[in-house]
Design a protein around this ligand. Structure first.
Ligand code: FAD
Length: 521
């Protein structure tokens, strides 16, 4: 007989804490009593406003309707990341720009193309490979980067289009993958209300002490009025502090700072750029890091991610304000020291770290909330009982390290292929070591030996890799032999079809702002 977990205590009420509360409540209903304790004084990190498409599945699991939660959180759509100035401009161009679009295919785990493509090409050969073959042959009919040639979304981004027709419209829904931008404070509040309405108990207090027994198991936590809170399982959602996992349980943190130089950020709200509402995140490379711009319905979230070895907080804030000019809001900036890396183990004894307390890689591809979703899905799959959980814990911890290392490699890839040498930061980026796992992947990518990604997370697959690699001028040498055996005429017809769809959806889909305003009635 197993002795089931009956009580979970979540410490911390940021996006990680409240998403965990809502998710575990949805998974286990009344079988598990969930309490969340959050400090009334220690602020949430206040950033984390761009996402990837997996969140749609998670929000739909929680029963959240776009028409309800989007207007309440100033949310907007995100169809891509636009990378500006990550390389020197090509001859005759004023700047280097490429996109990482979310493409038009359905959610993972479908790894390649939809049925018509499979029928024509057979499983395992993607348009990314066909693009590469044509690119290597110097065929001028394909665009320079796969992100551009790939699918219709980039074109729709440039036209500031919503990724789907207005609700109730008779236009066909193209079924594009998309994600969201939202206000970080408002989404935590929305999730808190949702979880509260479904029975999650909230305690507003500082945790003052975490008592650990001689076996390294948490006995209870003590809050500011001296009361004791106990549970069978504790979730550490205290952000970079890692109050339970690092401070109380002393689990070491494995830094990734040798590979990724940026360790700080300064964030502030700003007014929109003139013109329509962009349905993508912009990541613009700057002297000592890069600036993000995340358009929400009522404002933009902006920030400068930088290396503190190359510039200081005051200088970084000035740099961001100068970049934004009159768009910068007249408010105090949010200065953040980032802890980049992962806990050696994210689950220790009866404590699981979720969110920033577990692992973090800089937000260039907006992956941390996706990692929270992954952690929660894995936790449910490996949910413990009150006794021997060593095997489950071990597997969970291995999967988390794999997922983190894959994401880290993906982010390093964005930097390491740069040819910029205009500041000391960029020359240091080019001198920084790259993880051995990424060197191996580069050797494989060069000759198109593809495993979408090595971890179970599978957040970014061949199309995404190709978008970044081709955008950053990666020296591919060979398309996969299978692509040589494809029917070229059919592939060119597919590309022509994609071009026709670009034009058609460019005309039929509503403007981004128009769609969001229609949600408000
Ligand atoms: P926090 O928001 O820091 O919450 C910690 C909670 O713990 C708070 O409620 C606090 O009050 C509580 N707490 C702390 N100590 C105590 C105590 N002693 N007692 C009681 N409560 C306590 N992710 C994305 O997916 N997309 C992005 O675009 C993105 N951008 C980012 C940009 C930057 C610069 C950074 C640093 C992160 C970004 N992230 C992004 C990550 C994202 O912000 C986090 O994953 C997300 O906000 C979850 O944070 P959290 O809940 O783990 O921590």
């Amino acid at each position: 007989m197993t002795e089931q977990i009956r009580r979970i205590l979540i410490v911390g009420g940021g996006t990680a804490g409240w998403l965990s509360a809502a998710y575990l409540n949805r998974a286990f209903g009344e079988k598990v009593e969930i309490t969340l304790v959050e400090s009334p004084r220690i602020p949430r990190i206040g950033v984390g406003e761009a996402t990837v498409p997996t969140l749609r599945t998670t929000f739909s699991f929680l029963g959240m309707e776009e028409s309800d939660w989007m207007p309440k959180t100033q949310a907007a759509f995100k169809s891509a990341v636009r990378f500006n100035d990550w390389r020197k401009p090509a001859a005759g161009q004023s700047r280097h720009v490429y996109y990482h679009p979310f493409f038009t295919v359905p959610e993972p785990p479908v790894p390649y193309f939809e049925k018509p493509f499979h029928k024509r090409f057979g499983r395992g050969v993607s348009m990314a490979h066909f693009w590469l073959k044509a690119h290597l042959e110097g065929d001028t009919r394909v665009r320079d980067t796969f992100g551009d040639a790939g699918m219709a979304l980039q074109h729709l981004c440039e036209l500031n289009k919503a990724p789907k027709p207005l609700p109730g419209s008779e236009e066909a829904d193209p079924g594009f993958r998309y994600a969201y931008h939202f206000d970080a404070a408002l989404i935590a509040q929305y999730l808190a209300e949702l979880a509260g309405s479904r029975g999650v108990r909230r305690v507003l207090a500082d945790v003052r002490d975490v008592r650990v027994d001689e076996h390294g198991v948490i006995e209870h936590v003590v809050i500011e009025d001296g009361s004791v809170l106990t549970a069978d399982l504790y979730l550490d959602c205290t952000g970079f502090r890692g109050l339970l996992i690092n401070q109380a349980l002393k689990e070491p943190f494995v830094s990734a700072s040798e590979y990724l130089l940026c360790d700080s950020a300064v964030a502030m709200p700003a007014a929109h750029k003139p013109g329509d509402l962009a349905p993508y995140t912009s990541a613009t490379a700057r002297d000592n890091g890069w600036i993000w711009e995340i358009p929400l319905l009522d404002r933009e979230g902006t920030g400068y991610v930088y290396s503190s070895r190359h510039t200081g907080p005051d200088e970084a804030e000035k740099h961001l304000r100068d970049y934004l000019g009159e768009r910068a809001h007249d408010v105090e900036a949010n200065h953040i020291r980032m802890r980049v890396g992962h806990n050696r183990r994210s689950w220790v004894g009866n404590c699981v770290a979720v969110g920033l307390s577990s692992c973090f890689v800089e937000p260039l591809e907006s992956t941390t909330i996706a990692l929270i979703e992954y952690q929660l899905a894995l936790l449910v799959l490996h949910f413990p009982d009150r006794h021997d959980n060593e095997l489950r814990r071990g597997r969970y911890n291995d999967l988390m390290v794999d997922a983190f290392e894959d994401l880290r490699d993906f982010i390093v890839m964005h930097y390491t292929l740069t040819d910029r040498d205009d500041t000391e930061f960029w020359t240091d980026v080019r001198k920084a070591p790259i993880p051995e796992s990424l060197s191996r992947k580069f050797a494989e990518y060069a000759r198109s030996v593809i495993i979408p990604d090595g971890s179970q997370l599978r957040l970014f697959e061949t199309r995404s890799l190709w978008a970044i690699l081709s955008g950053m001028g990666f020296p591919f040498t060979q398309a996969p032999p299978a692509v040589e055996m494809m029917d070229d005429a059919a592939a060119w017809e597919m590309l022509a079809q994609i071009d026709r769809e670009r034009e058609q959806y460019g005309r039929s889909l509503p403007g981004h702002r128009e769609y969001l305003q229609s949600q408000r009635g």
